[in-house]
Design a protein around this ligand. Structure first.
Ligand SMILES: Cc1cc2nc3c(=O)[nH]c(=O)nc-3n(C[C@H](O)[C@H](O)[C@H](O)COP(=O)(O)OP(=O)(O)OC[C@H]3O[C@@H](n4cnc5c(N)ncnc54)[C@H](O)[C@@H]3O)c2cc1C
Length: 457
């Protein structure tokens, strides 16, 4: 992969050793850069077991896998991936229904612990000549006139001035670099909080294994809130409760053990039975914030660039945040190879990625409603089944939007969103009125509409 960089081999700083910063360092090193300093505010993740209640299992999909393969690191990380074939919906009356993610056997997503994935990437980066990883080093301040950043060595208790030649900011949704760029009027940026927060709960191996299918993402959709659970390789599941932060049924209103127990046992009876520690975990674990970051432009001339969640954090309901970040890394590496200055590379990166980041952020918000509400609706289920059938009949023109996003890295997010809205209109027309099953669908009309409104891919 990679090859020589068109930009000369000078010092590069990266702030944030999360999935984005670590993968970016690996790619730039392979491109021939040999003076990369990676600054991470937390301690070395290889020396810790992770924060309780903050483990987060992620769905890794085709785009993320493609990026990891391009970087040549997929083989080393692949062992910790668990395939998920679809969604298992847990209804309130105890029934479960399975909705496959795709039509083909290889159309699966993978459950992976964010912490383990991050540990693996940091381990690879730290082992490469030319990359120096500085843990417990936090970006505090930026001086754009002097082209320097102030980085605090938290162990030594002193700050060092680092030249921005350039400084790539992969410091996550709460990015300090983004806030400093906005304060300096270099960019516009908005942070839009969702009214829902999240809390992590756990299903231990003895309760999860055998009871819940290990090859599915489990969802308990309940309208204004929902629970999801992703499998781990020991038979346990990591569950996440999404609930309004304030209001009648909310994290704020559920304070005492009795109220928490009543809420969990009534809303998710089978999950409650499988989570013996859920009440104590509910009380102990923090409420995580969710939101969308919208910023632009993403760079300060050739000095600094926002990348990953720092540029475009999104709500997690399409399972694409990190996948999108990994695509960013591949794109920046490509831009760096095509230009002789960072400024030109940043401009091209911004122009290439911003429309796609905007599209997936919007689709993630749309999926929010789909997961907590629509998945349990029979009309929605019919449209899902019809979209897979239309793909089978017209594979060159009709690919379900979910599949375009999750299984087709070659289709840009913006294209998936545009075609997805045309397809949604066609699905609504074909299932309107009394149409209740696939046998009621007029497939001659479907063919006419698809040929008229969807160009071949
Ligand atoms: C509940 C939840 C579920 C999710 N599910 C999925 C999913 O299924 N699939 C998916 O693809 N994505 C998912 N995501 C999104 C995914 O976690 C993020 O997109 C991804 O972690 C972003 O990576 P990043 O490296 O850009 O930022 P981060 O992961 O936030 O990493 C930023 C790093 O920068 C460090 N840092 C921060 N500030 C400073 C500073 N001032 N100085 C130095 N270092 C700093 C932090 O310690 C951290 O290590 C989910 C997110 C949440 C919250």
């Amino acid at each position: 992969m990679s090859g020589d960089s068109a930009i000369g081999d000078g010092p590069i700083g990266i702030v944030g050793g999360g999935p984005t910063g670590a993968l970016l360092a690996i790619l730039l090193q392979a491109r021939g850069h040999s003076q990369i300093d990676l600054y991470e505010s937390r301690a070395d993740p290889r020396l810790s077991k992770g924060e309780s209640g903050r483990s987060i299992n992620l769905a890794l999909a085709d785009r993320g896998i493609h990026a990891l393969k391009t970087a040549g690191v997929f083989e080393r990380l692949g062992a910790s991936l668990l395939p998920m074939r679809g969604r298992c919906i847990h209804h309130l009356d105890g029934r479960t229904t399975f909705q496959p993610y795709g039509r083909l056997p290889n159309e699966v997503n993978y459950s992976v612990s964010r912490f383990k994935l991050n540990q693996g990437l940091i381990d690879i980066a730290a082992g490469l000549a030319g990359i120096r990883v500085h843990f417990e080093h936090r970006l505090d301040a930026v001086d754009f006139a002097q082209q320097t950043a102030s980085i605090r060595d938290l162990r030594a208790g002193r700050s060092v001035q680092v030249p921005m030649r350039p400084l790539l900011a992969a410091d996550g949704a709460g990015s300090i670099m983004r806030r400093r760029m906005r304060e300096a009027h270099i960019i516009d940026a908005q942070e839009l909080d969702l009214e829902h927060g999240y809390k992590e709960l756990s299903v231990p191996p003895a309760r999860g294994g055998g009871v819940f299918a290990g090859d599915a993402l489990h969802i308990w959709p309940r309208g204004n809130f929902m629970l999801i659970a992703l499998p781990n390789d020991d038979g346990s599941f990591t569950a996440t409760l999404f609930l309004p932060k304030r209001g009648a049924t909310s994290f704020e209103s559920l304070q005492d053990a009795h109220a928490i127990e009543t809420f969990l046992s009534r809303s998710f009876p089978d999950a409650y039975a499988a989570m013996p520690d859920c009440v104590s975990e509910f009380k102990a674990h923090p409420v995580g914030f969710l939101g969308t970051v919208s910023a632009g432009p993403w760079h300060a001339s050739g000095q600094a660039l926002l990348i990953g969640d720092a540029a475009h954090a999104m709500v997690p309901f399409h399972g694409q945040g990190m996948n999108c970040c990994f695509e960013d890394c591949i794109e920046l590496d490509r831009c760096a190879a095509r230009h002789t200055s960072w400024q030109a590379a940043f401009s091209e990166f911004d122009a290439a990625r911003k429309p796609d980041a905007d599209a997936i952020s919007a689709m993630a918000l749309e999926n929010y409603l789909e997961m907590r509400e629509h998945v349990a609706d029979p009309k929605f289920q019919l449209q899902q089944a019809l979209s897979l059938e239309l793909e089978r009949r017209f594979p060159r023109r009709f690919i379900p939007r979910y599949s375009m996003v999750m299984f087709h890295h070659e289709i840009p997010y913006r294209t998936a969103r545009q075609r997805g809205s045309t397809q949604a209109a066609i699905l609504a027309e074909l299932t309107a009125g009394t149409v209740a099953s696939l046998t009621d669908v007029d497939f001659c009309r479907a063919e006419r509409e698809i040929e008229a409104r969807l160009e071949p891919l």
